[in-house]
Design a protein around this ligand. Structure first.
Ligand SMILES: [Zn+2]
Length: 76
């Protein structure tokens, strides 16, 4: 099973239009996170960061690529 990529997670939490492409991404992400706790956690924290407007989408990608560790959040 391939894990979700940083771009997929960032796209999932930050998309604001419901086009075919984002629907496809959403169903792929939802399907995966039902089965993968690791990605579910990354999506959950990314969503939280985005909702709180703590990070721009680029910042979320950066955070994910740095390992996506929760303690990173406290450095800002
Ligand atoms: Zn995964």
């Amino acid at each position: 099973m391939n894990h979700l990529t940083d771009d997929e997670i960032t796209g999932f939490v930050s998309f604001d239009t419901l086009g075919n492409e984002s629907m496809e991404l959403a169903s792929r992400v939802n399907y995966h996170i039902l089965r993968c706790e690791e990605c579910r956690e990354r999506v959950r924290i990314s969503q939280k960061l985005y909702d709180e407007a703590a990070f721009e989408p680029a910042g979320i990608t950066e955070w994910l690529s740095s390992g996506g560790k929760a303690e990173k959040m406290n450095e800002r």
